[in-house]
Write a protein of this length. Sequence first.
Length: 579
Amino acid sequence: MVLHSTTPDVYGPGTFTDTEFIPVPKDCRRVLAWLASVTPGFTKDSKALENVHFHGSDMPALPGPLKPQVLSAVLFAMAGIVAREICTLKSIDTGKVFVNTDQAALYPASASIFEIDGKMGFELAQDGSLWKLGTDLDKGAMTKNAMHYRSWSIYPTRDKDIWFQVMGNLDPPGFLRAFVMDSEAPVKSNDEAYELQKVVFSKYSARELEMKCIEHGFVGQTCLSPQAWRNTLMGKTLAGHPLINYRPMPELMGSTPIQFPCTPSDKRALAGIKVVEFSRVIAAPALGAVLPSFGAEVIKLNSPNLADPNALQLTLTAGKYTGQADLNNAEDRKRVHKLVEEADVVVQGFRHGALERKGFGLIDTVAMANKRGKGIVYLDLSCYGPDGTYAERPGYQQIADAASGAAYICGKAYGFEEGVSVLPALPIADMCTGCAGAVAIMLALRDRAKTGGSYTCHAALTSTDTIQVGPEMGLYPPEIVKKIQDTYQFAPMTPDLHVEDLLFVVLEAWAESDLMKHKEFYARFPESPFSLNHTILAPIVHFEDGAADPYWNHSPVPYLHHPMVDWTQCDKEYGVARA
């Protein structure tokens, strides 16, 4: 493969900027060829890659120099290629794979792209009606209190030119108490709250902030340049893993090949595959939303004791069965054990070790699979990766953005002084990690059908970000960043802004353009538990034949919508028929 031509250090140490602009569909073809070549287990057949057709506008639609639109389109193309391979195993010919790169531009924002009765998500948030929809699992975590809100910002530290991403996580009051701040301080605006907190955080060095977060069990991360991250031991450890990361488990007892279920009325690749999803917030639920679009039956389990942002149930539960499980309760553990015993896939998005302590870790789950004589696929999703010094640290998209250099690059691109960092405008790492994890699971299921066995998969937010800032992907040069800005007129993006603020900035600008006006980009449900008219972003992949096209069997549903859940109920309610 011809090396991608870049100019070093345009956006700071360790950055690689394209020497010439490559139109988005053409760039997708280039990146697909590269990512396919470095992904273990993925096809190296050039004809399979040539069967993918990217189509859309030449110019990117997202602000800044990163290429999330390209990455999203490529990851869905990879999902389409593996789905096509699975369909071939089932004697189904899908034909070519089609990916619309303009629709792929919307994907990183898709957790917030929805309409209820004709009102867009950001409009519902602004008038307050959004928070009244669905099941309330927020538990105050996302309360619109200015002090809470600005506990998710990037702040200067005592160190010259070094900024730090703090996160009140899902417990802003506790986080602020750790720094002797009043979460109910009588501030009049988000700006005033930011300035108050800046006074406190800037008294600490970055190392002191990091240690204080660790001591109190909170997340936080120094905003590093890409080169600084690559120089860390953790950066070097993570670089040893592919983005799409799966492998068989030969050290455990294997099993015979397990053919894909025969579902005559449903030609989608994963029809009849059973998935248990332990997750909350965005990345793992996003992964879980890709799988049912390809036909899988997904049971998402929420703990009634843990907070989960309410707005995400409007999109990321599409096609899922949402149940309740308190793994501290013996009866609930017994019920979940039965679900896992019958599952083909387990997805878990909690910190390493959390489910092991409840009896649902990788080794426990594979032991269940060995007992039944049918292999299983187990995916761990984390912030920093499957091993290394940071592996057990919790983290979210913002933490990965800070660690990898993605936030540092955005600060540079927007003209700030050295070290000032700004979050990428959308939860790119969350959404793209979800898609990468789905591809890994599909590869593992394909291999299970061919050779048997159980498989372990990993997906890491920081891995997704380091791919984005690497030399093979490249960054858009400043003149293209300016051209994107001139086209969409995005409002200013600054270090204080919460990911929700940035989402609104992008969605409001897109709403004024033609980008969001393509009817074919959306899945429309005449009714859902939330509304009589519910619209979300549709699946990105399409096949030439059309019969195996991804879709969701039903609309998004609220958290805990099915308190007592089993596979028989799931099959009955959603009409799964097996031959």
